[in-house]
Design a protein around this ligand. Structure first.
Ligand SMILES: Cc1cc2nc3c(=O)[nH]c(=O)nc-3n(C[C@H](O)[C@H](O)[C@H](O)COP(=O)(O)OP(=O)(O)OC[C@H]3O[C@@H](n4cnc5c(N)ncnc54)[C@H](O)[C@@H]3O)c2cc1C
Length: 794
């Protein structure tokens, strides 16, 4: 019992401790590895013709072990902890952890300034910033002090220097600003993967990670600007500017022009990532980000061939994430049903999946008919588990925001069986529930942002029903432009909120002044009344086939695409849609994926690098001159990083991912009895402007659900219960009174979790209300508020 409690905790603590200790030691250059050990780590070049040439130097091995090692060990430790069926930790541990978490999340003043600059400044943000600053200063200062001491010693010995001490120190400082990338680029790439063990370890979500990535990106930009700018000054003062600036790696092993070009790519990254550009033109931002990143990385490796040390650790985790996504991203996902509602501009898409559990969190969609490469994120608003006989479902509500989402709605209207690909996050651990342990929860949502909190609300309702929820009060404030957006409310949550139990309250606000539309429940659209469409043709909207399609609304049935021929080679067949496969095959598979990616990366790096030992052998045997080897450096650098990417991704793909895809393809072929659930028939519902959609959970198993979908009636959101006195909530005009609602909760409860999901303006209002209430706590004696941003635009 105690083992089950403490082993996972110990594994997770040791993963973080190892990661922090080893990296801080290495990154600050405090970690002294004996030279004999380093030398023993060198890999001799077997074609070196008896010369003492290393295929891979001991220093390189040391860097690889110390920079990659903690990441691999941390990932494996986390996966090992996931394999243990953990028991809940004792109360004292959970309380202490809660206190630590609260202290780290405490927002520092002056909140308005931090809010203007970023999403506030928590104690954790400040600690991370101080750690980054301290690491940079320690790394930089130590090198400068050593250089200064060396220069003083040689001057004292009477040795003649080529330049004055100040000029040499300027050169050293410029070099060290470049070397700071050991720390800064190493950290920059760690937050990128959508799924990584670091997320599970820290409990930070993608939004928080992207926020750190943005900050680190800016930090790297300024440090690199100092690196380049100071070198320009140094060259200018020593009258060598043009010679040095345009040199393509002939004067030294450093390729100066490649460095300038790499920095220009960095400028492109920073400029196109600016909010004004990104928000207006996300697609172009994404394209630029990929192209400029590749340019920045490859040119940086040409500039200094050892740059792989900066880039590779973070890229390895990203590689694991890409490979894990690749295993599901090539297959078309079977659609269970599509609901299009012109009035509220929301497409409700129900996809089929083959996971025994309920996938949670964000899902990424790619629709080749719209764009072959643009993946768009959405939140899973509801899910049901797959059964051996039938697939589970994932419900997504997609609001028509811009080009892609509108084209998706049009496409699905014309072709509800359109090819859609999807990827799910890795999810080895249960989802992080930031509200756990708090007495009350306030949920403030805007429009379609509700999808990000709907599953949390549903889990609270289910736990409350099972008597397993400590939270004593949940208050939901939901603002939307169109009343019909409220129809995306989960039926179970709606029923709980309208049951009269004051534990869960729901307040709805319509911010757009248009009158609330009256909408009827489409009896014919209830999940239990679906008709199999297999073998039937398309029945036209309102053609009288179905009584429920009166008015401008219509229920259309479509025939799913013909199954592929069973005899064909799985990958050669046209891609038939099938339920979305699980993101991975368990912790062991993920552990193997990590090991193979790290191993492949290492092999690729060495292969690309082997150009250099060959040139060094030629130099040692006097077949070439030193300048020849110097010009080889940039080629070795670019080949090394290319080999790293190609083999690092290729090896695990060939050995693990492709076999799994083949197996899945074979297992799901028609006629084979397998555990993979059979694809369900496809259903399309189109509702005209005066009608609204019955909220369909889309599950084949959900016919038995005791909850009815909502409808709008006379300015109310109603849950029909078959009785004359229906359960309903009034829809109020205007904006929600955030401060008043929060302060009422704080007056009655010791601790309140505030979950926000909505536009930036709403987040800022909630942030300011929370900051104000927390500041006034000593006087008012109100409860403590912790703020959790659940979703936001990228
Ligand atoms: C974690 C997360 C969960 C989301 N969940 C939902 C949801 O459940 N329902 C829903 O309707 N919307 C959701 N969104 C927003 C949705 O991804 C965007 O509305 C959609 O991608 C817009 O694409 P567009 O081309 O139609 O609009 P555009 O006009 O091109 O973009 C509108 C805004 O959406 C964002 N965006 C555009 N393309 C992308 C992309 N490829 N990746 C990330 N952001 C992009 C940008 O901030 C942009 O300013 C979510 C976003 C994120 C980040």
């Amino acid at each position: 019992m105690a083992l089950r409690i403490w082993t996972p905790i110990a594994l997770q603590c040791s993963a973080s401790a190892a990661l922090i200790a080893m990296c801080v030691g290495l990154l600050t250059r405090w970690l002294k590895v004996p030279t004999a050990w380093t030398a023993a780590l060198a890999v001799p070049y077997t074609y070196g013709k008896g010369q003492n040439v290393a295929a891979w130097t001991g220093a390189n091995s040391q860097r690889t072990i110390l920079l990659w090692g903690p990441l691999l060990l941390g990932a494996l430790a986390m996966l090992a902890s996931a394999c243990i069926r953990a028991e809940p930790a004792p109360q004292w541990w959970r309380r202490s952890m809660l206190k630590v978490r609260r202290s780290l999340q405490y927002q520092l003043g002056p909140s308005k300034i931090w809010l203007r600059l970023t999403d506030g400044l928590s104690v954790l943000d400040l600690m991370l910033f101080c750690a980054l600053f301290a690491l940079n200063v320690a790394y930089f200062a130590r090198a400068l002090v050593l250089e200064s001491n060396d220069l003083d010693a040689s001057i004292a010995k009477g040795e003649v220097q080529e330049q004055s001490k100040s000029m040499l120190m300027l050169k050293e400082a410029s070099t060290q600003f470049g070397q700071l990338m050991f720390i800064d680029l190493w950290l920059l790439f760690l937050p990128i993967p959508r799924s990584s063990f670091l997320k599970d370890l820290t409990g930070l979500d993608q939004q928080a990670m992207i926020r750190y990535h943005k900050f680190l990106g800016l930090w790297c930009f300024w440090v690199l600007a100092l690196h380049g700018g100071m070198f320009y000054i140094y060259w200018g003062v020593s009258h060598e500017f043009w010679v040095e600036w345009k040199d393509w790696g002939t004067l030294d092993s450093i390729n100066n022009l490649a460095g300038t070009l790499s920095f220009l790519c960095m400028c492109g990254l920073v400029l196109t990532a600016r909010e004004s550009f990104r928000r207006k033109s996300y697609e172009w931002f994404y394209r630029f980000h990929l192209v400029c990143f590749l340019g920045f990385m490859v040119l940086a490796c040409m500039h200094y061939s050892g740059s792989w040390r900066y880039f590779t650790p973070g890229l390895l985790l990203w590689g694991v994430d890409l490979l894990q996504r690749a295993s599901t991203s090539s297959a078309n996902v079977a659609i269970h049903s599509v609901h299009l509602d012109e009035e509220k501009d929301v497409t409700t898409l129900v996809l089929q999946h083959a996971r025994p559990g309920c996938p949670l969190g964000d899902i990424h969609l790619l629709v080749p008919a719209i764009s072959r490469w643009a993946w768009h994120p959405f939140t899973i608003a509801a899910s049901t588990p797959a059964q051996p006989s039938a697939p589970g479902t994932l419900t997504l509500h997609v609001k028509n925001e811009g080009t892609w989402t509108k084209r998706l709605a049009d496409l699905l209207l014309a072709r509800p069986d359109a090819a859609i690909r999807a990827t799910l996050p890795q999810q080895v651990f249960p989802p992080h529930e930031p509200w756990t342990g708090d007495e009350a929860v306030a949920v403030v949502v805007g429009g379609i942002g509700v999808t990000a909190v709907m599953l949390s609300l549903r889990r609270m309702v289910e736990r409350r029903a099972a008597g397993a929820l400590a939270t004593r009060r949940v208050a939901v404030l939901w603002a939307a432009r169109h009343a019909s957006e409220f129809l995306t409310l989960d039926a179970a949550v709606a029923a709980a909120a309208m049951s009269g139990d004051p534990w869960l309250t729901l307040e709805l606000f319509q911010t757009q002044p248009s009158p609330v539309q009256e909408c009827k429940l489409e009896a014919g659209l209830e999940s239990g009344s679906r008709v199999s469409s297999l073998g039937k043709g398309l029945s036209k909207a309102g053609d009288g086939d179905d009584d429920s399609t009166e008015g401008s609304g219509a229920l259309q049935q479509r025939t799913p695409p013909a199954p592929p021929k069973s005899g064909a080679w799985p990958l050669a067949r046209p891609r038939a849609p099938r339920p979305l496969a699980p993101a991975h095959m368990g912790p062991l598979y993920l552990a193997a994926l990590h090991i193979l990616t790290f191993f492949g990366g290492f092999v690729g790096l060495m292969l690309g690098w082997s150009w250099l030992p060959e040139a060094q052998t030629a130099l040692a045997t006097k077949q070439v001159t030193k300048p020849f080897v110097t010009t080889i450096s940039w080629r070795a650098g670019s080949l090394g990083i290319t080999g790293f990417c190609v083999v690092g991704l290729g090896l695990p793909y060939i050995l693990l991912v492709a076999p799994m895809m083949l197996w899945r393809s074979w297992a799901s072929r028609p006629g084979r009895r397998s555990d993979t659930p059979r694809m369900q028939d496809l259903e399309l519902t189109v509702l005209g402007p005066r009608r609204s959609l019955s909220h369909d959970m889309g599950s084949p198993h959900e016919a038995a659900t005791p909850f009815q979908p909502c409808l709008l009636e006379g300015g109310k959101l109603v849950v029909p219960n078959g009785k004359a006195s229906q359960l309903s909530v009034d829809i109020l005009p205007g904006r929600p009174p955030i401060l008043a609602a929060l302060s009422a909760l704080g007056a009655a409860h010791e601790s309140v979790s505030v979950l926000v999901s909505g536009p930036d303006g709403m987040f800022r209002s909630v942030f300011q209300a929370v900051a104000e209430l927390n500041r006034g706590r000593p006087k008012s004696g109100s409860g403590y508020f912790s703020l959790h941003k659940q979703a936001g635009v990228l």
